[in-house]
Design a protein around this ligand. Structure first.
Ligand code: DC
Length: 216
C-alpha cells in the first residue's frame, strides 16, 4: 500500500467544511478529521486550567504537557484529552470565543501540525481546517477551498442557532502571523453560496474519483 491519500478541505467559517468533509469521507470510505475541534479542545483545556488567554507562553507550555491520544471512533478521528473527548464543551460560546487566541500561538500550531500529520496512521483522510493544504499536508494533490458569501454564511450559522461575528472571525483567522487562513496553492476553489451540500460534496467526490482513476 502506498502513502495514505489526504483530501485537504480549507475555507472560511460556515462555508460548509464540516458537512461536506463528512459527506466526502463517507462516500469514499476515508476517515474524517475536524482540526478545528483540536484547537477547540485546547482552548477548553486552557479555560479548565485557568490559563490566561493572553499568555502565549503558558498556552504553549500547557499544549506541550497535556495528555492526549488520537482515536478512530467509527471513521471520525478524535483527540481525546485525559481519555475524554469534550464533544459538548468545545461548542460552547465561551470556548468558541477563546479559540482564536489559542490558535494564534506558534508553539500550538507546531504541536498541532505534528498531531494532525499523525492522523495519517489511520489511512486515507478527509481533513478540514484553515491551513491543511497550505501547511499541514502541502504535498497533497487533493486540495479544496470552500467559500460562500458573508450573507449566506451568516444565515447558515443563524440556522444552527449560533450568533457570531463571522467577518471578525475571518479577519482574525486570515491576519494572524502563524499559519493564517489562505487559499492553498493549487486548490480548487468552490463558492457554494448557491449550492446545496449534496452538490458541493458531489463536485469534490467526482473530481477526486476522476483523478484517482487517471492516476491508475
Ligand atoms: O472550524 P472551527 O470553527 O471549529 O475552528 C475553530 C477555530 O480554530 C477558528 O478560530 C479557526 C481555528 N482553526 C485554525 O486556526 N486552524 C485550523 N486548521 C482549524 C481551525
Amino acid at each position: 500500500m502506498g502513502e495514505p491519500i489526504v483530501i485537504a478541505l480549507d475555507g472560511t467559517s460556515a462555508s460548509g467544511k464540516s458537512t461536506n468533509a463528512k459527506l466526502v469521507a463517507k462516500a469514499l470510505g476515508y476517515a474524517y478529521v475536524d482540526t478545528g475541534a483540536m484547537y477547540r479542545s485546547l482552548a477548553w483545556h486552557c479555560l479548565e486550567k485557568g490559563v490566561a488567554l493572553d499568555n502565549d507562553k503558558a498556552i504553549a507550555s500547557l499544549c506541550r504537557r497535556w495528555k492526549t491520544e488520537l482515536r478512530n471512533d467509527d471513521g471520525h478521528i478524535r483527540l481525546y484529552v485525559n481519555g475524554y473527548f469534550p464533544e459538548k464543551e468545545i461548542r460552547t460560546a465561551k470556548t468558541s470565543a477563546a479559540v482564536p487566541a489559542v490558535a494564534a500561538v506558534p508553539g500550538v500550531r507546531k504541536w498541532m501540525k505534528a498531531k494532525q500529520r499523525d492522523c495519517a496512521q489511520f489511512g486515507n483522510l478527509v481533513m478540514e481546517g484553515r491551513d491543511i493544504g497550505s501547511n499541514i499536508f502541502p504535498e497533497t494533490e487533493y486540495k479544496f477551498y470552500l467559500d460562500a458569501s458573508l450573507d449566506e454564511r451568516a444565515k447558515r450559522r443563524a440556522a444552527d442557532g449560533v450568533d457570531e461575528n463571522l467577518a471578525e472571525r475571518d479577519k482574525r483567522d486570515s491576519q494572524r502571523a502563524a499559519a493564517p487562513l489562505m487559499i492553498p496553492l493549487g486548490a480548487r476553489i468552490i463558492n457554494n453560496s448557491e449550492m446545496t451540500a449534496e452538490e458541493t460534496s458531489a463536485m469534490i467526490i467526482d473530481e477526486v474519483r476522476e483523478r484517482l482513476e487517471a492516476a491508475g
